[in-house]
Design a protein around this ligand. Sequence first.
Ligand code: AMP
Length: 563
Amino acid sequence: MTTPLAGQMMDVPLTVPSLLAHAARHFGSTEIVSRRIEGDLHRYTYRDCEKRAKQLAQALIALGVEPGERVATLAWNGYRHLEAYYGTTGFGAVCHTINPRLFPDQIAYIINHADDAYVLFDTTFAPLVDVLAPQCPKVRGWIALADEAHLPVMQTPVLSYETLVTAQDGNYEWPPIDERQASYLCYTSGTTGNPKGALYSHRSTVLHAFGAALPDAMSLSARDCVLPVVPMFHVNAWGIPHSAPLTGAKLVFPGKDLDGKSLYELMESERVTYSAGVPTVWLGLLNYLREAKGRFSSLNRTVIGGSACPPAMLRTFEDDYGVQVIHAWGMTEMSPLGTLSKLTWEQSQRPLEEQRKLLEKQGHVLYGVDMKIVGEDGRELPWDGVAFGDLHVRGPWVIDRYFRKDDSPLVDGWFPTGDVATIDRDSFLHITDRSKDVIKSGGEWISSIDIENVAIAHPAVAEAACIACAHPKWTERPLLVVVKRPGFDVTRDELIAFYEGKVAKWWIPDDVAFVDELPHTATGKLQKLKLRDIFRDHVLPSALEEEKDCPLTPLARGNPVSR
Ligand code: AMP
């Protein structure tokens, strides 16, 4: 037997600081623009950014932070946050990005669970830090991302980021790092139970940055000016802080103001070509554009993900504003990218309406991720666009286990996502639900996301959620909960009639409830668990009828639909 022949190529590890080093050396004068908490617009270059990231690394080392220790951030999208990404991972520490929209108790849990050595925070979060500090005694210091003049008045003793950074000279070489070392720690939003930590490695972060930048993925390039609305505290802003330096794209950070007007003005003034965010943010931007009769003069693509992008939103972007929508699906446990809606050459030759139907789905996997859907018996289901199943994934940027948890979440080497999906003959993924949210009517599954997408297309509907409601005959039937668009009106019966011909008859909601607002999680997703709780005692008219017709069936009061 011959021994396998080793390749004779340089063994250069794939590390996070190499991304910024590349941008600083080869796109040194490309700009990074940030709207600051201080109120002004800050601009500098990749070259400046790397120097300051090195100064931060020196400062953290001087404070005693060791490789492998976690340094947390509680911050908006901005240049200092970017410096924190690289100034921590660059010397082997782990950057732990915290979502400030979580409940303070959950944040304290996360900080303690991660065992964070220091926490860097934007001054907006000073009141939050005062609540957290007494609950997190092991944190060695709280560092305000500000100069001395802008330090907030607080009960907690804090350090000034600018004082620490400017005390260092930046003459520092990134040390060698094993690519399998940890880079970032991101916690899931924990809608049920405590948040769980996904611990990425340098290798997984760099591979994900490569994959994300591909033309059939996020398609980033040096010709782009990118404004990530998706927060850097939510799954590394979908990898943009890594793919942008990898490609040399200009970066524009919006800071804390994510309303339609602020985003639009920044996009226009910086001539942004590319953006990314969750549907809720785009709802705000589109509403503003409609009212202000605005047009985009430079934006040509946007990635929408994190929740299902309603087809109506996709069409508005494309038809009314000429902006291409890339619908993306992923999750914290996947760094996050899994699939994106991009057509093959053959698909793009099909009739326009057929292309659109495909693009409304969550799309095709990118290299690095494999997926399958399985039935209740664990067996793989066909890719026919009809069979619903639990979605499992695997790949080099998918977690193997959760941080500080011994038991493996994997099933036969695959990660069960908790999403329910179909995959069609074109290999396009269509997410129909979270497994906890599917509606099982007479043993058949109804996709709540599809029901919501129809409602959203009605001009009087601002937001919609579809939940399961108990039913004596069918076990569960869909209830649609709707927030009306200000100044518009629609009745229950009109909305139900709106479904005629758009979905299978038995998918049409049995009832509609109108509310002023819907509950959301810290990452902007509908909180259906809470909604089911609110509508626990809701009695569907069809359930009452059923009781009238068949008095022996128990009335579905005290909604038992809990998962
Ligand atoms: P997170 O870990 O907070 O990013 O949440 C991941 C979850 O968000 C996924 O498992 C899906 O349930 C949901 N999600 C993300 N993107 C989409 C999408 N494009 N369509 C439907 N659901 C999505």
